[in-house]
Structure formats: structure tokens, C-alpha cells
Ligand binder design. Sequence first.
Ligand SMILES: [Zn+2]
Ligand SMILES: [Zn+2]
Length: 159
Amino acid sequence: MRKTWTMEERLRGQNQRAKQAGARHDLTMEQWLETLEYFNHRCAYCGGKYEVIEHYLPVHKAGTTVSNCIPACSRCNASKDAKNHNLSFYQNERVLAFIESKGVKIAFHFHDYKAIREDYVILYCEGCGSRLHAPGLAIEDAKDYIAEFFKNTGFAHEV
Ligand SMILES: [Zn+2]
Ligand SMILES: [Zn+2]
């Protein structure tokens, strides 16, 4: 049988996670209840069912704090980071407005991948040094491949 976690346990668990990652961990119950109120107890991204406490930026980077935690459905939570950091979730206006209301500004880095040939093709972003190995990809197909699969990818960060 699945245990039903209380809100206190969930919050403590998420603060504990951030602590173990060496990040800030000071989200209070009062703050979290206000955040739920702000998003009408719905998923901050799609307006669906609130199921999990979601970290907007990775927990090891921005911690469990009032500016980094928002309610999400499991689906949005899982798909947000699954697709090579497609930034469309990160650019959600409601979410950004909330984070800004907590005094944090977010900027975006968009990868600008170029294909280079080593033993096989590697997609390389000069801006941040990100390298994606693409064995099996022919260098002459790389441009179309990048346009199709890696548009709007990159990362979000605090400024
Ligand atoms: Zn959702
Ligand atoms: Zn990059």
C-alpha cells in the first residue's frame, strides 16, 4: 500500500534533499501555503492537478526555497527536464512572474549547437561548452537534426 505523505513530511523531505545537496533549504510551511494559494492549488505550468513540489531550477543549484518551489502535476514535473532541457517549461510566464515576485530574476542561455567531427559527430555549443555525442549521425545531416530536435534547448539560471 502506498503511504500518503502529509504536507509537513513532503516539505521536510524536500528541505532535507536540498540540505544533502549543499543548497539552501529554508522553505517554510507558511510560504508554501501562500505559494499554493498563488497558483490556486493547481499545477503552476498547465493548471492541472497539483501532485508534487517541483523545483524550478535543479535542487542542487537553487535549493528548496520560496523562489524555487512551485506546485506541479507529475506529468509536467517529469517532462520538464526529459527533453534535453527544452526551455518552454522554464519560460512559462506565470511561473516567471511568481519567481520575480520573490525577488529572483531568471535569464536563459539558448544552446547554439554546431556539429564537429571527432571519432563521430559531436554537437558543440561554443557559448557554454556543452557537448552532445551523436554517434550514427552523418555530419551532412547534422544541421537538419539540430533544427528538428534541439531548437529552444539550453538552460535557465538566476541573475
Ligand atoms: Zn502540469
Ligand atoms: Zn550552450
